[in-house]
Design a protein around this ligand. Structure first.
Ligand SMILES: Nc1ncnc2c1ncn2[C@@H]1O[C@H](COP(=O)(O)OP(=O)(O)OP(=O)(O)O)[C@@H](O)[C@H]1O
Ligand SMILES: [Mg+2]
Length: 506
């Protein structure tokens, strides 16, 4: 007889059904695990044996075959321990097998029979709910599974023994409740930044429309300081965005304690990051920083210090909002609609363009340094602003800058206008101007005669690409939204153009 337990394999953030089939047959004692298991899955037989022994169960001296179907789909990860153990327990009659037909199981086993949390419980629970199944997972993963809905049955025991008791009806495990992460540490506030009015305005515009921003200036001007204050002016995640973001965090094993947070992700990888770390991949395909920044911010500090090839690998996700990782045996897609914030010095010595300063290497200093960032990459950045050194008068004078709460209020209103506009246009999944497609943005901007003339003039003079043209329209739309104006007018277009063509590195 064959016992079956449902589980999943992960492809991107999709949970693909996998059937664990267990057969205990007469023959020489042997344990066979088939169905393209990777090393972690192969080793599960040792953990399962030890965990069953620790729970007072021993396997019969027979030929045991475990098949992970479909057999041609590669299986990765340690979450197959629990379904394999459950299949064996049902095969030897330790638990009723009908209990398993209504649940999907995933979890890692310790040698003492304890269940350890694994990555991907949230997408697995959502997949289980779609198939009208319940889910069995580790106690620590329970709160994460509970986000899949109130209807889904969740069994989240501490150990195999507790699970046996639950299935046997001796001692029931209580249903876990969905938890929200309480963010204890407050975010740094914009009021601490002195001066830098232009950069502050650009930061507000970037936050309001989800635009990409590049800050360029000498050392110590406050570029990193400004960028790290962006999360404090961004609105919280919408419930639909929250689930998307959490699914990626779940797959990456980054949902601490199974609790979800509505704070927008802010990822700041170091410039030594590899291509796989940034766009995803590796031996076990994992979401990269761009996917972990989905619906949030990817901050690249010291932009030219990143390997040029690594930067160019961001070109595709910046345009399409997703990354496609192709490997010999799989093709995986992860969502990656992030907002890029970058900071850089104008040259290696950092002071090019500063009045009274001459670089030792002359003009080549700035040219060589800036050439590390390719033109097509730069073309995807909507707002490029100079951040000059902050003046002594600004530093010594009273701190009277606006607080993050005030700016966040304006950003929130502008975002609400955008959400309503795109919902009315039949695009409820688009929340910002930056995410709108070219046809849609042309429809919602509808520039007047004066603005069109200005756009034409600028496009010819600065040789704007078609992409740049649409991106200028998007920024202009955000500027009008920030001002609470229905129609985009010439001043909005002029300001949007100044952010694209006005900086020293252009
Ligand atoms: N505009 C400012 N207002 C207040 N403090 C500032 C400002 N600019 C810089 N500082 C101070 O200088 C420190 C360094 O600033 P920051 O790291 O943001 O500089 P940066 O522009 O990123 O420099 P680098 O190019 O070297 O990375 C800050 O932690 C802060 O104490
Ligand atoms: Mg810095």
């Amino acid at each position: 007889m064959v016992t079956r337990v449902a589980t999943v394999a992960f492809q991107g953030i999709e949970a693909v059904p996998v059937d664990v089939q267990v057969q205990v047959a007469p023959g020489l004692p042997k344990f066979l695990l088939v169905g393209l298991p990777d090393k972690a899955v192969k080793e599960s037989s040792e953990r399962v044996h030890a965990a069953l022994y620790a729970s007072g169960l021993s396997l019969p001296p027979r030929r045991i075959t475990v098949n992970l179907a479909p057999a041609d789909l590669p299986k990765e990860g340690s979450h197959y321990d629990l379904p394999i153990a459950l299949g064996l327990m049902a095969a030897i009659g330790a638990i009723p097998s009908d209990a398993l037909s209504r649940h999907l199981a995933l979890g890692e086993l310790g040698l003492d029979g304890r269940l350890a949390p694994t990555a991907g419980v949230l997408p697995a629970a959502i997949a289980a709910a779609a198939r009208e199944l319940g889910i069995i997972c580790a106690a620590d993963s329970g709160p994460e599974a509970a986000w899949a809905g109130d209807e889904i049955d969740i069994i989240a025991p501490e150990s195999l023994l507790a699970l046996c008791n639950h299935l046997g009806g001796f001692q029931l495990c209580s249903r876990p409740v969905a938890r929200r992460r309480v963010e204890i540490a407050g975010l740094p506030d914009l009021s601490e930044v002195r001066g830098q009015e232009v950069a502050r305005r650009a930061l507000e515009v970037a936050a309001a429309g989800g635009h990409n921003l590049l800050l360029i200036g000498p050392p110590g001007a406050g570029k990193s300081m400004l960028a790290s204050r962006l999360p404090s002016i961004l609105p919280p995640l919408d419930p639909r965005e929250l689930l998307d973001v959490s699914m990626i965090q779940s797959i990456a094993g980054e949902l601490a304690g199974g609790a979800l947070s509505d704070r927008r992700p802010f990822r700041a990888p170091h410039h030594s990051a590899s291509m796989a770390a940034l766009v995803g991949g590796g031996l076990r395909v994992r979401p990269g920083e761009v996917s972990l920044a989905h619906n949030g911010v990817l901050f690249l500090d010291e932009l030219p210090e990143f390997a040029p090839g690594v930067l160019d690998s961001l070109r595709q996700p910046l345009e399409s909002g997703e990354t496609v990782i192709a490997r010999a045996n799989a093709r995986v897609t992860f969502p990656a609609r992030f907002q890029l914030i970058a900071a850089m010095n104008p040259c290696k010595c950092g002071l090019a363009g500063t009045p009274g300063h001459t670089c030792r290497r002359g003009d080549a200093c700035a040219a060589d340094y800036q050439a590390r960032v390719s033109g097509p990459f730069l073309d995807r950045i909507d707002l490029r602003v100079d951040v000059p050194a902050v003046s002594a008068a600004d530093m010594i004078g009273p701190a009277d800058s606006e607080s993050s709460a005030t700016v966040a209020g304006r950003v929130g209103q502008a975002r609400e206008l955008q959400r309503q506009r795109y919902a009315e246009a039949g695009e409820p999944r688009i929340f910002t101007n930056a995410a709108a497609g070219p046809t849609l943005i042309e429809k919602v901007v509808n520039p007047d005669k004066e603005s069109q003339a200005l756009l034409l003039q600028a496009a010819e003079r600065f040789r704007l690409s078609a992409r740049a043209y649409h991106r200028v329209l998007k920024v202009a739309r955000t500027l009008a939204d920030l001002a609470g104006v229905e129609r985009v007018a010439r001043p909005h277009i002029a300001e949007a153009l100044s952010y694209r063509v006005g900086f020293a590195g252009a």
